[in-house]
Design a protein around this ligand. Structure first.
Ligand code: NIG
Ligand code: FE
Length: 418
């Protein structure tokens, strides 16, 4: 008999996403849903998921336990958002207006806007300012059902300001209900002062930034923006190889704005994920599948950047690549904090099924962050992280409705609809 101090009962359906991670191919549709079931937890961890009738054979529910009545609702694992740039300063709304008037992301960046605008503002911000502004964004993400997210540096681009951004990210992870997984992205762009000597900037990332980030244990992952306008495949390999040697696990932005060669980099350095992949082709999909690299797709970025196309999710799934979804919250094209919105675009712009999108937003996203042992599904032993939505699964893709009734993190209700 296991004790329990927390219970979700009477739900119409409990979607557990239980089972092995990552889910590839046909298995990406398996959401393992249970009717007439309950979830029980003790001290923030799930102890039982299964038939309501058999609960008493397995679990002793403490007197005074918290009981969530989920009548008329569907219960899902808390969403895991595996790609965000949630910590930054400044405002790029003028740039947004230029995009609406027809300028492309690349044109704006080439004219000195884009990432470098945010870099100037972030360099000028204190750690407290960064924490305060990101806290509001994490609150929004939580209200949409996100209980774990990744967060990248990459708007400092000096050793001191990259470390400051990472300290802010780590503080948010400790303070905020959303668990935050830190990623070092010093290779997000070449800063203005290094434009004429990009090799020196790559050397700074490798020889100064990575050792300090690793020494202070400020990040778990290292990412690189592999793109014509940012870092070449060769530079990306050098940076991610140095990061791995220092104990930072590799992931990569690739094929967002053009076919950038980053898939080969991901395979070569053993990256856990390759993100964006708007321009990936069949050969790339096969290479990712063979190396078991997770495709983290960010359809909200493609949508808000008006790229006119989306990542070929069907191709990736059909070739056996595990697919995850993220929000890509960022000051440029990352305007939505919502994983349900990313799932909606996955369904309507990338031909994924709702079940595939749900696995992509939970278990596969958790695996892409090396967290599938603790989050991403409702299973005994994992954290009691859940989203309770009114009605059935299809409510998730009604953009703008208030379908999220309650969000639970480590066995505590941390958001509920008024
Ligand atoms: O994932 N592509 C690089 N990084 C972000 C955009 C960052 C920005 O525009 O500030 C992305 O889309
Ligand atoms: Fe990104």
């Amino acid at each position: 008999m296991r004790p329990a101090d927390f219970l979700i009962e009477h739900a119409d359906l409990i979607v557990t996403c239980a089972g092995s991670a990552p889910r590839c191919g046909d298995a990406q549709r398996e959401i393992s849903a249970l009717e007439q079931a309950v979830v029980a937890a003790h001290q923030g961890r799930i102890v039982y998921v299964g038939s309501a009738r058999a609960l008493r054979d397995h679990v002793e529910v403490a007197r005074g336990a918290t009981r969530i009545d989920a009548r008329g609702c569907t219960v899902l694992p808390g969403f895991v958002d595996p790609h965000t740039h949630v910590v930054f300063a400044g405002d790029r709304r003028p740039e947004l207006r230029r995009r609406l008037a027809g300028a492309t992301y690349g044109e704006i960046a080439a004219a000195g806007g884009g990432i470098l605008t945010t870099v100037a503002a972030t360099r000028a911000a204190s750690e407290d300012d960064l924490v305060a502004s990101a806290r509001v964004r994490l609150d929004e993400m939580l209200a949409c059902g996100t209980t774990t997210c990744e967060a990248k540096s990459g708007y400092g681009l000096t050793t001191e300001s990259e470390l400051r951004q990472l300290r802010a990210i780590n503080r948010l992870g400790a303070e905020h209900p959303v668990d935050v997984v830190p990623t070092f992205l010093g290779a997000h762009d070449v800063p203005e002062e290094y434009q004429s000597r990009p090799d020196d900037y790559v050397a700074l990332v490798i020889h100064e930034m990575i050792p300090q980030v690793a020494d202070e244990a400020l990040a778990e992952w290292c990412d690189v923006f592999c793109e014509r306008s940012a870092f070449t495949p060769q530079e990306s390999v050098a940076i991610l190889t140095a990061a791995s040697a220092a104990g930072l696990k590799p992931r990569i932005h690739t094929d967002e704005l053009s076919a950038s060669g980053g898939v080969d980099v991901a395979v070569k350095v053993g990256a856990r994920s390759a993100d964006h992949l708007v321009f990936v082709d069949e050969q790339g999909a096969d290479a990712l599948a063979a190396a078991n690299v997770c495709a983290v797709l960010l359809p909200a970025a493609a949508f808000y950047l008006k790229l006119g196309r989306f990542a070929p999710a069907r191709l990736l799934i059909d070739r056996g690549v595990p697919v995850a979804l993220g929000s890509d919250v960022n000051p440029g094209g990352g305007l939505s904090p919502s994983m349900p919105f990313a799932m909606t675009l996955a369904c309507f712009a990338m031909q994924m099924t709702l079940e595939e999108a749900l696995v992509a937003a939970t278990l596969n996203a958790a695996w892409s962050l090396d967290r599938a042992d603790t989050v991403g599904s409702l299973e005994a032993g994992k954290l009691m992280d859940a989203v309770v939505i009114t009605g059935d699964l299809a409510e998730l893709i009604r953009v703008g409705s208030t379908q999220v009734r309650m969000v639970i993190k480590s066995g505590k209700a941390v958001f509920w609809a008024q």
